[in-house]
Design a binder for this molecule. Structure first.
Ligand code: ZN
Length: 145
């Protein structure tokens, strides 16, 4: 079990190693929590945004055409939220993504859509923040959308 003095937030996004430090810095400040529980796939927001979702998703029952992906993400989200009492969730995508090679406008749409899907998977009231990670003068920075 985690020590009560250890605090968590949840990071949902790409596996790309360049984004995890900036997301951790952003989340620590945003939520006042120490440790990012990290849920990744290559180009995750692209995978989520392009699931064929049912017209009316009712809280976690929506599975679309890749039920394994959603079930896997949901399971990890609930462990982070219920067992680690996560202070909030960051859903992120980033520039120069090999797993979701779309332009910035489309990528931001994918992030926002993925944030909505994540909201549908977790208990009401948990904060979900969409973030785009960009490269500014050689430094990767998390920018909330
Ligand atoms: Zn990526």
């Amino acid at each position: 079990m985690s020590d009560p003095s250890e605090t968590f937030f949840t990071s949902v996004g790409c596996m790309d190693g360049r984004v995890h430090d900036p997301v951790a810095i952003f989340g620590k400040e945003k939520f006042g929590a120490q440790h990012p529980d990290t849920i990744t796939e290559a180009g995750l927001v692209g995978l989520l945004a392009r699931l064929q979702m049912p017209e009316h998703s009712d809280g976690g029952q929506a599975k679309g055409d890749n039920p394994e992906l959603l079930e896997s993400i949901k399971k990890k989200l609930l462990i982070s939220i219920e067992k680690h009492h996560s202070k909030g969730v960051i859903v992120h995508g980033h520039e120069d993504c090999a797993g979701n090679p779309v332009d910035g406008v489309k990528h931001k749409e994918d992030i926002l859509k993925s944030a909505e899907i994540v909201r549908s998977l977790i208990p009401e009231g948990a904060e979900v923040i969409p973030v785009f990670v960009v490269k500014n003068n050689g430094a990767w920075t998390a920018e909330p959308l």
